[in-house]
Design a protein around this ligand. Structure first.
Ligand code: NIG
Ligand code: FE
Length: 425
């Protein structure tokens, strides 16, 4: 068989096969399907063969070859939770937090998300696209080949639509796959202070239909994800439920920010509504962990966020796994709590604070993360039929992921069979 690309002689190829076609749940997490002296062949954007180099070589004639001797080959990382479209920065707030102010105090005083909203509303769509693509470049250089991006720094209908447009257009002109999410319910904007219900009504009656219409005009085959920041000081449980039910009835798949600071019951709501993912999960109570474990909802942990805030509480990952949950990792990259473009750094944190082994963290950052954005049958694994998205990592053994940190281990990024990034020599 003629193929477009053969990556061969890798010290290890980590295939990360799905479990019965689904994510790796509970104690199954960490099944890597390691092939020593391994090879991957890609044809017409998809993996067509994976196995020992000698075996794959005997089956294919390749137009291009990459020698991965002494290196590790893994699927491209999937980052299923980011807020990458914004303008400006919050370095001054970082300094205030170091001096003792809390994230929610700064937000209640009109800073935080609202300060990024003000900056973001002031720039044009082309500028938003330019800045977003520069951030996507950084994600790609750290090995992400699929990235979810949320709106949420517009918080008025026209501004939210502009952010959605920027996300979709950036995705069309960047090698990364971009998955859009509408997060109109990210904060109560200043002009609605004390009138949260009125803002919720605006989201439901004006924004959701406008976003559905805009996504049709942008040529999307379905509405984007709809997400809500369910939190004290943001949207309470009943407001979250109203928004998510309305979104669901319009065909939006769902995601929810839950239990980041206060446990409001958002996790159980996410499960009840069949949300694709429940994200953050720091203060989640045991009953909600049990509900999550019995559901299809992916548990997305964002360890860069407590780290970025200098906090000590992380996702109770071991309890989620013991309950049979499907755990995924993401960066949460945003200008407030976690400006981090590196999935390898999220993995390093998860190994320490979630007590994931490197093999568990790797599966959580690839296959399970793909299921968290509804793409678990297309990306996140090197099984035949999956997209040819892979990384050559500068390490002799996959366990160096997590073990080493603060340095970029990525040598080469392949997206759908094409080399899209290489470390400068
Ligand atoms: O996921 N929690 C809400 N949203 C982001 C923070 C956004 C911001 O501070 O700008 C998060 O941590
Ligand atoms: Fe977030």
């Amino acid at each position: 068989m003629d193929v477009d690309l053969l990556v061969h002689s890798a010290a290890q190829v980590c295939v990360i096969p799905p479990t019965a076609g689904g994510p790796q749940r509970g104690e199954q997490l960490g099944e890597l399907g390691i092939i020593p002296d391994g090879a991957v062949a890609i044809k017409e954007r998809q993996v067509v063969a994976v196995g020992p180099t000698a075996e794959v070589r005997s089956q294919v004639r390749a137009r291009r070859e990459l020698d991965a001797a002494g290196k590790v080959v893994v699927p491209g990382f999937v980052d299923p939770h980011t807020h990458l479209v914004w303008h400006g920065d919050r370095a001054a707030e970082f300094e205030q937090r170091i001096a003792g102010a809390t994230y929610m105090e700064i937000m209640a005083a009109g800073g935080g998300i609202m300060s990024t909203v003000r900056a973001t509303r002031s720039v044009s769509v082309p500028q938003l696209i330019r800045e977003l693509k520069q951030r996507l470049d950084r994600h790609l250089a750290h090995g992400a080949t699929t990235v979810e991006v949320k709106t949420g720094y517009g918080l008025e209908t026209a501004a939210e639509l502009r952010l959605l447009e920027a996300v979709v257009m950036a995705g069309r002109t960047h090698p990364l796959t971009v998955v859009p999410t509408f997060l109109g319910a990210h904060a109560i904007p200043a002009s609605y202070q004390g009138r949260a219900e009125a803002y919720v009504t605006l989201v439901i009656e004006e924004m959701l239909p406008a976003v559905a219409e805009k996504s049709r005009r942008l040529g999307l085959s379905a509405p984007p994800f709809c997400d809500v920041f369910c939190e004290r000081g943001a949207f309470d449980l009943s407001q979250t439920e109203r928004i998510l039910r309305a979104a669901k009835s319009l065909g939006f798949p769902l995601k929810v920010h839950v239990d980041e600071f206060a446990p409001l019951g958002g996790t159980r709501l996410a499960v009840e509504l069949g949300a694709t993912s429940a994200d953050h999960l720091v203060t989640t109570p045991p009953e909600d962990i049990a509900a999550l474990g019995n559901s299809e909802t992916i548990a997305v942990s964002l360890p860069c966020t407590p780290f970025g805030l200098g906090q000590c509480d992380y996702t109770p990952a071991q309890a989620i796994l013991a309950a049979g949950g499907a755990l995924a990792l993401a960066t949460d990259c945003n200008p407030g709590t976690a400006w981090c473009h590196s999935m390898p750094f999220a993995i390093a944190l998860a190994c320490r604070y979630l007590r994931l082994t490197p093999r568990q963290a790797l599966a959580a950052a690839t296959l399970n993360a793909a299921f968290a954005v509804g793409l678990g049958h297309k990306v996140g694994s090197l099984s035949p039929g999956y997209d040819g998205d892979l990384l050559i990592l500068d390490m002799p053994d996959y366990r160096h992921l997590g073990y080493r940190f603060g340095d970029n281990p990525v040598l080469t990024v392949v997206k759908q069979g094409r080399v899209v990034w290489e470390r400068a020599r």
